[in-house]
Design a protein around this ligand. Structure first.
Ligand code: TRP
Length: 333
């Protein structure tokens, strides 16, 4: 809490290209939080280096990620948008919280187990303590809610445990945050294998629609989407491919499943797939145009980063000083 206002925090890695799954499942909803919460959205470049990055790519993607979030509707006047490495308090609190996090807890993190098998040649300590940096991100702002995908729920739970442990020794230090996981219907599946989540790391490019794909690409990918041998557009068990396309159509048009079934009654899958492609391309066109505009103005983005970092640092400093004082670190001015 910040006075009367509740706090919302989320982080996004500047890696990979974002998909319509990220857009519909998370980013598009971020702006709705700014009505009810004071929101901090952070581009987490320090998390990104737990796996090897090409510096030029990391730099470019940091700009791109910020621009894309703004293009998706996050207003920098209403939200604090910034880059993690611009606010040193994240790394400072992270060291402290490392000393309040158990080796055993970190060993149980499923993302660590996955990533260390995927990057077996680089199982570095940062990969292991990644969730502690994430806890620092969250706790620095006295966060009440953390909108995240289901894959990050375990990390937010660890963050709660760290906060509670610290508060037990030093009462009233941190707000204990709640994760907010987007509910049903918003999970977008792969177009090639609709039993699997659409993932930006999928090797099959036809499985994924990116926010920045051009119109023809979007329409082509939907045309190739895997469906079933039935011919009727209806939402039903066992029709994973059609269910997924209907979900996407519903998200972009606001129509419910019954309306969609009526709209496509007596029409084939071909018509339906084309329609899904068209509404997706139409919805993304203004996002893409705004993105290009923002990205063309690098100085503008840098000014935004600076303003966001100053805002964030103000709140982060307050929590960090409180923690340092409680721990017994000598304060000098
Ligand atoms: N670990 C998150 C992910 O990969 C990104 C992240 C970093 C984050 N810090 C955070 C998310 C704090 C929510 C809150 O998606």
């Amino acid at each position: 809490m910040l006075g009367e206002q509740k706090i919302c925090f989320s982080g996004v890695q500047p890696s990979g290209n974002l998909t319509i799954g990220n857009y519909l499942g998370a980013i598009r909803n971020f702006s709705t939080f700014s009505e009810a919460y004071k929101c901090f959205y952070c581009v987490v470049d320090e998390h990104a280096i737990t796996v090897r990055q090409t510096p030029a790519d990391l730099r470019r993607r940091t700009y791109e990620t910020l621009a894309l979030y703004m293009a998706c509707g996050l207003d920098p006047e209403k939200n604090t948008l910034y880059v993690q490495s611009h606010v040193p308090a994240h790394a400072e609190l992270s060291w402290i919280l490392n000393c309040y996090t158990m080796f055993g807890e970190l060993s149980r993190m499923t993302q660590f187990k996955d990533k260390s098998s995927k990057h077996a040649d680089n199982v570095n300590a940062g990969l292991f303590t990644y969730p502690v940096l994430m806890a620092s991100d969250i706790l620095l702002y006295q966060t009440d809610v953390v909108p995240v995908g289901i894959d990050q729920k375990q990390h937010v739970e660890l963050c709660r445990n760290i906060a509670e442990r610290f508060n037990q020794v030093f009462p009233d230090t941190f707000t204990v945050p709640e994760p907010i996981i987007p509910q049903n219907g918003k999970k977008i599946m792969s177009l090639a294998d609709p039993t699997k989540k659409m993932s930006k790391s999928d090797e099959n490019q036809n499985a994924i629609v990116y926010i920045l794909d051009d119109r023809d690409t979007i329409i082509r990918k939907f045309r190739r989407a895997v469906t079933d041998s039935d011919t009727v557009v209806r939402f039903a068990e066992g029709k994973d491919g059609i269910n997924n396309l209907m979900t996407i159509y519903s998200c972009f048009t606001g129509k419910d499943m019954e309306e969609i079934e009526r709209e496509f009654a007596g029409r084939g899958y071909g018509d339906f797939k084309l329609a899904v492609g068209e509404v997706t391309a139409d919805a993304l066109a203004p996002v893409q145009a705004r993105y290009r505009e923002l990205l063309a103005d690098k100085a503008g983005l840098e000014a935004q980063m600076k303003k966001g970092a100053e805002e964030a640092a103000y709140y982060a400093r307050k929590t960090l000083s409180k923690v340092q004082k409680k721990l017994g670190f000598v304060q000098i001015r």
